[in-house]
Design a binder for this molecule. Structure first.
Ligand code: SF4
Length: 339
């Protein structure tokens, strides 16, 4: 158990956690909705700072980030726990046990050891991913500060439910984020995630102002968020508030955790892809559909393939200093590793 940041005393021994936008009000001995932050004698503690439950080397494309150091490796880490309880969670064995039965597994691995491993493996970044990094923000800050000194970049893969103060804390150390935009309906967020769409939208705009490179992911779930109108609303929001150069990853759902709706048909995903392009987004990708043409990056100006991919593997790169090799159009993102 380690002292946590981002909380305030309220009265007597009651406190409020300010790490995420649930702002849990905690009486003495209570844990927050995430199950990994606890009020002990009027002070907030984290139960996961020294409990790394997953540490893997991934292609950065797996986050997914397609416009950030493409083809590079990222050292991905997570603790258990999440501030959401999505009934379709694709990572529930990591995210949900702390709040269900208090299980918190993991190893104490120092920030120095993590960075040593990243360097040995040639990773250009560390990703805070798999579960929800906001609930282990103390670990994220410790590792990301040191990573920055070492010239290693930091990536957040998140549901976008931080508090504004948490975003300000993270701001200087994070260079890129993949953020879920799970739906464009408040009732979806309320019913399936016990959260609020408006907060996620505010945070996306906040992250943009912080200067992070953003890519957006929508898991398209059969019958829940797959209507053309809803997909159009998401695409329009990205274009109007984040910019048409912001990549949109449309990901295929498979039955998971408490939801047994059928897997998303390819036709629904292809319709979503068309919607994204019709609305005017420059970069739209389908995820979990290996071998599909939409895995590659096309130049918005001349239409030629600038990065050909299959799954997470790069097959061909036609970029020169971040510009299309055919027409010189600037492709949005960080391609500094290819120069
Ligand atoms: S991180 Fe969020 S869910 Fe967890 S205790 Fe704090 S406010 Fe509650």
């Amino acid at each position: 158990m380690h002292p946590a940041i981002l909380w305030r005393p309220v009265k007597n021994l009651d406190i409020q956690c300010e790490a995420c936008s649930h702002f849990c009000y905690l009486k003495e001995g209570e844990k927050g909705k995430c199950g990994v932050r606890i009020n002990q004698k009027g002070r907030l503690y984290t139960l996961v700072k020294d409990k790394i439950a997953a540490l893997n080397l991934d292609p950065v494309e797996k986050k997914p980030l397609f416009h950030f150091l493409p083809g590079s490796k990222t050292l991905s880490l997570a603790t258990m726990g999440c501030n959401f309880a999505c009934i379709f969670c694709q990572n529930h064995s990591l995210s949900q046990p702390p709040k269900k039965d208090g299980t918190i597994l993991g190893e104490n691995i120092s920030a120095d050891s993590i960075l040593q491993l990243a360097k040995e493996e040639g990773a250009l970044s560390v990703s805070y991913t798999y579960s929800e990094p906001t609930i282990f923000i103390e670990l994220v800050l410790e590792v990301s500060r040191k990573a920055q000194v070492e010239g290693i970049k930091n990536i957040l893969v998140t549901n976008g439910y931080q508090s504004p103060k948490a975003l300000e804390e993270l701001g200087p150390y994070i260079q890129a984020a993949n953020v879920d935009l799970k739906s464009f309906a408040e009732c979806f967020y309320r019913e399936y995630c016990q959260a609020s769409l408006k907060t996620v939208l505010n945070n996306l705009e906040h992250m943009k102002k912080l200067g992070w490179w953003l890519e957006i992911t929508t898991l398209v779930i059969t019958e829940l968020n797959d209507s053309p109108q809803e997909l159009k609303n998401i695409a329009r929001y990205i274009q109007n508030y984040l910019g048409k150069e912001t990549p949109w990853h449309i990901s295929r759902y498979h039955p998971s955790y408490k939801l047994n709706n059928p897997p998303t048909p390819l036709s629904t995903l292809e319709k979503a892809y068309e919607i994204g392009k019709e609305v005017g987004l420059d970069y739209v990708y389908l995820g979990n559909v290996p071998g599909h043409m939409s895995e590659s990056t096309y130049c918005p100006a001349c239409g030629k393939v600038v990065i050909a991919r299959r799954g997470f593997t790069l097959l061909e790169i036609n970029l020169k200093e971040g510009k299309c090799a055919f027409c010189d159009y600037k492709i949005a993102g960080d391609f500094s590793n290819l120069n």
